[in-house]
Design a protein around this ligand. Structure first.
Ligand SMILES: [Zn+2]
Ligand SMILES: [Zn+2]
Length: 312
């Protein structure tokens, strides 16, 4: 596992070794909440530049900001960063999160889409204000903090295959449902120090604003999410408090953070598994964990019912 720091990529000091490294593709994610007046215009600019830099991936643009997961040649990372900063000064503060595991190609196409939101929250309250967010905390501060409630605001299927050892979970399979459930689940902790985390920060930043809107007093979120935490800790050879796999929303499905498997096959409930499958019976499409033995028995169907009623 090799972690490369994009901050140190110096385009003028290429030597043979770096030219070789530059051919390596990296998966990067970044997001930023800021007011985008003309998403269409930004879409056109990004499409042109991303084609030029051979970038693949999935980008969402909305009036509330941008969210991107991309696959990029290492040699172009510096150029991308420079381009974004010149495009808009808000990108100067954007952290390009390098994925932890880069063994498999993450994207095979480029899609830049305009959406009503970069993160669908279902919030209809017009007084909700994304400018009033919780305090972002650095990894260093996070490691030294005590007496807090650590809350995972990712979906249940993400949490089940890997999470921080002492993290609490808000059961939900969409962010909209997280938002609906979080205030109820945490109702007894309005005056407790709460640290939220997600994969890269986009969800916990919004969830932190929602908690503040609902009069929670001490709301924090982990800056750069799990990705930033793991990269930071590995670079320093420090032990990880995160255990298992991290779910990712691209063709890889997960990144292996530690060798542990903490979840069980939904079908036999005996063998461990971290491999998610969608039930192949179209009407079912249930997302479930399946072990190799059950896969041999049921193929990619979630139950004997779905296996026997494939076409129903
Ligand atoms: Zn099984
Ligand atoms: Zn099924």
């Amino acid at each position: 596992m090799k972690i490369l720091n994009h901050e140190n990529t110096d385009m003028e000091n290429f030597n043979k070794k770096s030219i070789c490294i530059s051919q390596i593709k990296k998966t990067i994610s970044f997001y930023r909440y800021f007011n985008i007046k003309n998403p269409k215009q930004l879409q056109i600019i990004l499409l042109q530049k991303f084609h030029e830099l051979n970038i693949l991936g999935r980008v969402y643009i909305a009036h509330e900001g941008i969210n991107a997961q991309i696959s990029i040649f290492q040699k172009y990372i510096y150029m991308l960063k420079k381009f974004l900063c010149e495009l808009n000064s808000v990108f100067k503060k954007v952290k390009l999160n390098l994925s932890i595991d880069n063994h498999v190609e993450s994207f095979c196409k480029l899609k830049i889409k305009i959406r009503p939101y970069i993160l669908n929250d279902g919030i209809t309250d017009p007084t909700f204000n994304m400018k009033k967010i919780g305090k972002s905390i650095s990894i260093k501060k996070f490691n030294n903090m005590c007496d807090y409630l650590l809350v995972d605001v990712r979906n249940s299927y993400e949490y089940e295959i890997g999470h921080f050892k002492n993290a609490m979970h808000i059961p939900a399979n969409t962010f909209r449902n997280q938002i609906t459930n979080i205030t109820t689940v945490l109702k007894n902790f309005k005056f407790k120090k709460i640290i939220l985390y997600c994969t890269g920060g986009i969800r916990c930043e919004k969830a932190s604003a929602w908690l503040i809107h609902n009069k929670f007093e001490y709301v924090y979120f982990l800056k750069g999410g799990i990705i930033n935490y793991v990269n930071y800790m590995i670079k320093r050879n420090s032990p990880l408090k995160f255990i298992g796999k991290m779910f990712v929303f691209d063709s890889r499905l997960y990144e292996s953070i530690t060798p542990h498997t903490i979840s069980y096959c939904y079908q036999c409930k005996i063998n461990k598994s971290y491999l998610h499958k969608n039930c192949q019976r179209k009407k079912c499409n249930f997302l479930f964990l399946q072990c190799i033995q059950c896969n041999k028995k049921f193929y990619e169907f979630c139950s004997s019912y779905c296996y026997n009623h494939k076409d129903l």
